[in-house]
Design a protein around this ligand. Structure first.
Ligand code: TXA
Ligand code: MG
Length: 354
């Protein structure tokens, strides 16, 4: 298949492009598009065959349900049943935006889209190209992240092209995603809503609106437990190299990582490090990535997946990352560490103070 790559830049020229992209989706084809979180791989959510194509293009197990993206509130009841009042409150505050809510599905939603579940995940993304595309496509676009299964989600079109060229009809290049991590997922079918995947909309932000909110620790932290968001059980976000997260005081972390790097290099491995403004000058590795200031969690979130991809481009075999605070001002550190630990397959070294 010949994949067309087209830039969208917020000008009037986009209109024709988005119209054509919408027609591709309506005809059962696949279009990758930018969102504020990561790039999505979109197909018609109401067409079971499109779901099949999405799973095939990603190499993704078909029991892993897709998020349906909408562009206007009036479309929500078409796909979701028993929507609680609290969900409308959340939508009013956080939609369009990086929040996905799970509801009971209506009979209009094909089981292929929801991986056989009787619930449906819904999100209204905060990105003009995405919203216009959803409208042009008929209102309901099923879209997982536009990466091959298991790889870090793409935050720039370049990595969508790398994974999807030849597998889908079209890629809309809308520049770098602002947030860089996938949406927060909250299950609204429970008496007390449960967060299944942490993201830019934090537990604290949700708790300000809801009376009570829980976190599904099985989805977020424990690899062995059965997570409620089926996708959270798969090895995820992982670079090809072996990633280890090292936590402890700065001095100890730097010297531990340097010792490991020396051993890896002696063994002939290509090495990489993820550090911050204060530390990157202190490492000896083939590739050193600076996420910026340790305090700027939003910047770390934006860059993480791109950095993991760059290590793959550079064929880095042994990667070490500093750990980042989970308790910063924006609360996004929690989502960053959730993804970083998954990418590392939970390989964490904790250095104790002596
Ligand atoms: O930010 C995002 O959410 C991006 C952009 C493209 O919108 N999309 C995304 O989709 O991250 P995906 O497919 O890579 O991740 C969706 C997650 C999976 O872990 C899946 O198992 C879970 O949502 N999910 C989808 N429907 C569900 C449902 N009905 N019940 C529980 N979990 C569900
Ligand atoms: Mg994904």
């Amino acid at each position: 298949m010949n994949t067309k790559v087209v830039a969208v830049r917020g000008t009037s020229a986009d209109e024709e492009i988005i119209k054509a992209a919408g027609e591709i989706i309506q005809a059962g084809g696949l279009v990758a598009f930018p969102t504020e979180t990561v790039y999505g791989l979109g197909g018609d959510a109401m067409n079971p065959e499109a779901a099949g194509k999405i799973y095939a293009a990603k190499g993704r197990p078909s029991d892993n349900p897709l998020i349906i993206h909408i562009c206007r509130m009036k479309d929500l009841p078409v796909i979701a049943e028993d929507v609680p009042e609290a969900a409308y409150l959340l939508a009013e505050i956080f939609w369009p935006g990086p929040l996905t809510m799970i509801f009971k599905k209506t009979h209009f939603v094909p089981a292929d889209t929801t991986g056989g579940l009787d619930t449906v995940a819904v999100r209204m993304p905060a990105n003009q190209t995405a919203l216009k595309l959803i409208e042009a496509a008929g209102g309901f676009v099923a879209a997982p992240s536009a990466n091959l299964s298991g790889r870090p989600s793409p935050t720039v079109a370049r990595y969508v092209i790398e994974d999807m060229d030849g597998r889908i009809d079209m890629i809309l290049d809308g520049g770098e995603a602002e947030i860089g991590l996938e949406s927060t997922i909250i299950d609204m079918t429970q008496e007390i809503p449960v967060i299944l995947r942490p993201g830019r909309i934090t537990e604290e932000m949700l708790a300000e609106v809801l009376n009570r909110v829980l976190s599904d620790r099985a989805s977020m932290e424990d690899v062995q437990a059965a997570p409620k968001a089926p996708g959270m059980k798969y090895r995820h976000y992982a670079p090809s190299g072996r990633l280890t997260v090292v936590e402890g005081t700065e001095g100890k972390v730097v010297s531990y990582i340097n010792r490991q790097l020396e051993a890896d290099r002696a063994a002939g491995k290509k090495t990489g490090v993820i550090g911050t403004d204060r530390t990157t000058g202190l490492y000896g590795a083939d590739s050193i990535k600076n996420v910026g200031s340790r305090e700027d969690e939003l910047s770390i979130a934006r860059q993480l997946y791109r950095i993991l991809r760059e290590f793959d481009d550079e064929k880095i075999e042994a990667i070490y990352s500093e750990a980042f605070a989970e308790t910063g001002e924006t609360g996004v550190g929690h989502a960053v560490m959730n993804r970083l630990l998954k990418a590392a397959g939970y390989r964490v070294i904790t250095l104790q103070e002596k």
